[in-house]
Design a protein around this ligand. Structure first.
Ligand code: ACO
Length: 321
């Protein structure tokens, strides 16, 4: 018995911000952003759009494509580090909008690895028999914790959501999944103000994401390489056995460096940074949906998903679609 992704949906806000628009706000250039990050434009939620609004639209798209009725959903897990509010969690808000009222619904706070964490947990619910139909979402409004006057970060981050429906299956689905973390890196990427230790109301306007980009870059490359190698080794596979690598979309140079170290040709790596930017927990399901929609990925393909994010947290999922 496996758990299998039976459909994928996603949503990007219509409000597209180009590099040229950022040139007018901070001391940067389209050339710098493209060459240093691979990003050309990004979608930013409108002021009245919260993370759950994006998540619900992605979930609706996944449900529509799956052929299930929404009443079949018995588990909702959302990866996000930009929840609407401290409580209720985004999973519960999605549940309410779907008109469901008696299944577990919760969010997982693992930054850019949030979707991989959520998928890993949902996989275990399905394999244990506790869930027969799970909705797994990665959704973010990173624009809300981005300092739009800081050129080091504002060119990177974006908003969006992606969702999958996961069901038990006798056909191969998720083959392997691992998640992990190392909190000793916490001070390389963090948001100083939030809910408990430093409540936002104590220091207004100082709750933006802080990042040591160079150090994040170095650890991301090493960690993404080692988790891919570990996943392949544990499953007696080589890179040649993988049809597609879908890494977290943070920076084209991180992705290229990891692919090179693995000996994975870039033709087999899904890159959606140019139009998505870094959408944190939403980046992998957004990329998966895009690559299925444009015909690159099809049923039966063997795919390696890789997440890496603040904490640091990381994880992989090896699956057959
Ligand atoms: N436009 C123009 N110049 C810039 C910009 C900008 N937007 N941002 C920084 N610079 C300048 C710097 O000030 C510096 O100038 P200086 O040499 O005069 O001091 C110069 O460019 C080089 O800066 P670096 O930080 O060395 O540039 P680098 O090539 O490392 O690129 C970047 C910076 C893009 C942030 C890179 O380090 C990176 O992508 N790091 C990983 C970030 C990441 O992936 N974060 C998220 C991962 S986890 C998660 O998603 C939550």
């Amino acid at each position: 018995m496996y758990s299998r992704i039976i459909s994928v949906g996603s949503y990007q806000p219509d409000n597209i911000v180009t590099n040229e628009e950022l040139e007018r706000k901070v001391d940067t250039s389209d050339e710098w952003i493209r060459s240093r990050t691979g990003i050309e434009s990004r979608a930013i939620a409108k002021p009245d759009q919260a993370t759950s609004d994006l998540a619900i639209l992605a979930a609706d798209a996944a449900i529509k494509k799956s052929g299930i009725t929404k009443d079949e959903i018995d588990l909702i897990i959302v990866g996000t580090c930009t929840p609407d509010v401290a409580t209720p969690n985004v999973g519960v808000i999605i549940q309410e909008s779907l008109g469901l009222n008696s299944c577990p619904a919760f969010s997982v706070e693992a930054a850019c690895s949030g979707f991989i964490y959520a998928l890993n947990i949902a996989n275990k619910f399905i394999l244990s028999g506790e869930s027969k139909c799970a909705l797994v979402v990665g959704a973010e409004t990173l624009s809300r914790i981005t300092d739009w006057n800081d050129r080091n970060t504002c060119v990177l981050f974006a908003d969006g959501a992606g969702a999958v429906i996961l069901k038990p299956s006798e056909d191969t689905g998720i083959i392997y999944s691992e998640i992990s973390a190392d909190g000793t890196y916490a001070d390389l990427l963090y948001v100083p103000y939030g809910t408990s230790r430093k409540p936002i109301h104590e220091k207004e306007n100082d709750y933006f994401l802080q990042m040591n980009g160079n150090e994040v870059f170095k650890v991301a490359v090493k960690k993404l390489e080692s988790i891919a190698i570990n996943t392949l080794k544990k499953n007696n596979l080589t890179v040649d056995d993988i049809d597609w690598l879908i890494p977290h979309q943070a920076n084209i140079r991180i992705i290229q460096a990891v692919a090179k170290r693995l000996g994975m040709p870039m033709e087999k790596v899904i890159v959606t940074l140019a139009e998505h930017g870094n959408t944190s927990a939403a980046s992998i399901p957004l990329a998966l949906d895009k690559a299925i929609t444009d015909g690159r990925i099809s049923k039966g393909d063997r795919i390696l998903l890789q997440g890496f994010g603040a904490g640091f947290t990381w994880g992989t999922t090896l699956l057959t679609l």
